[in-house]
Design a protein around this ligand. Structure first.
Ligand code: SF4
Length: 384
């Protein structure tokens, strides 16, 4: 395509975005063409981002819990998993799990993000017990736990339906679900990465069922490995289609692949330019998802900050005990202080706003930081 055709094609897409017309598969693939200046794609995504989320940069105060790394699967991109007898393998005790809840409370965390391996010697009841134990002892902390891959494993273990499993976990104290395990939906890629675990149909059905019973969920895409632009846009369109039906996704998180210690360690990790383009294209394609997150742990702090001008409106949280991406070579700090994360957002010209897991403003006691309450949904309090 020559420059004038390319410019005309970009103008056509800009007109669509400005008039609220949905972008197509071909539009998305075109926006991934390196010949289309990243700056222009970013500006368009920033327009949408500011229409939807004003000048705010959201963050939360959170911690991670990975109860076990022992896993029956062997996803090729995973550096976290372990075999049962490997010295690296672990499964946390109740005391260790309760310690994590205590530490979270003392640090004012509003959320615990809980995911891990599929341990073949631990029954479903152990996974349920973790939720119940934390919820009973630390009821104020929102438990965002178990990806669709884990829910699919629990279905297999219990021989019960998705709905039964999700309702049972919700009764135990589960507040919402993270978006992991989506990877890339297209079978040309998924079959190369993780052919045994929950397939695309299962992942989407589980999120659909969660939405139908009132659980909000997140959604993700792991990019920068063996996929191409077509696979990425196909993935985004499958998410957009489900969101049209249920409206239950609250945030989309593009996850940059980290190759170290994985079976794909021959690959390079995606460049910052690819990270920013993916952020921007995601913002433009997912017109029905309110928030786009720049997960600083994976992107690196500077790229995550820059992403706040390329479509993202959220930078994730302070985070503690992140293992999964640090095992795969992430060189970011293990956590950020509250002041630091606010400064990082302010430096970009955005207004830092603390949100809870389901995007309500968090109000803290000015005399005791660890005391907090959730307030109004953030959308009702946007700065115009
Ligand atoms: S990504 Fe999850 S399911 Fe796959 S091997 Fe790693 S821990 Fe297991």
């Amino acid at each position: 395509m020559n420059i004038s055709d390319r410019n005309a094609r970009f103008r056509e897409i800009r007109d669509k975005v400005e008039s609220g017309t949905r972008l197509t598969l071909d539009d998305g693939i075109f926006l991934y063409d390196p010949q289309v200046p990243l700056q222009e794609v970013g500006e368009l995504a920033n327009y949408v981002r500011e229409q939807k989320n004003g000048n705010v940069g959201y963050f939360n105060i959170n911690t991670h819990l990975n109860p076990t790394n022992v896993c029956v699967y062997r996803c090729r991109f995973c550096a976290f998993r372990s075999d049962l007898r490997d010295p690296k393998g672990y499964a946390m005790s109740d005391e260790q799990i309760l310690d994590r809840g205590r530490e979270a409370t003392e640090n004012g965390c509003t959320e615990m993000h809980i995911v891990g391996g599929l341990h073949h010697q631990r029954p479903y009841e152990w996974y349920r017990h973790i939720i119940e134990l934390l919820h009973d002892n630390y009821p104020q902390i929102h438990l965002k736990g178990w990806t669709a891959v884990e829910i699919n494993w629990f279905e297999f273990q219990t021989k019960k339906s998705i709905q039964w499993v999700l309702e049972d976990l919700r009764d135990a104290g589960l507040g919402s679900m993270p978006g992991g395990g989506a990877e890339i939906f297209h079978p040309e890629v998924r079959d190369q990465l993780c052919e045994h675990k929950a397939n695309t149909h299962a992942w989407l059905e589980i999120h659909k069922t969660a939405h139908e019973i009132g659980l909000r969920t997140n959604c993700t895409m792991l990019y920068g490995h063996v996929e191409n632009a077509y696979h990425r846009i196909d993935h985004l369109l499958r998410l957009r289609e489900l969101q049209d039906q249920t409206g239950g996704f609250q945030v989309f998180i593009p996850l940059a692949f980290h190759p170290e210690n994985t079976k794909l360690s021959n690959l390079k990790k995606p460049s910052a330019l690819m990270d920013l383009r993916t952020m921007a294209v995601s913002r433009l394609m997912l017109d029905n998802v309110q928030h786009i997150k720049a997960y600083w742990i994976m992107l690196g702090i500077e790229t995550a900050q820059t992403a706040l001008a390329y479509g993202a409106d959220d930078i994730d949280g302070t985070v503690r005990h992140e293992l999964i991406y640090h095992d795969a070579g992430a060189t970011t700090p293990e956590f950020l202080s509250v002041d630091k994360i606010k400064d990082l957002i302010s430096e970009t010209g955005r207004e830092p706003v603390e949100r809870d897991t389901v995007y309500r403003r968090v109000h803290r006691d000015p005399n005791d930081f660890t005391k907090w309450r959730s307030g109004e949904p953030v959308e009702t309090a946007l700065v115009s």
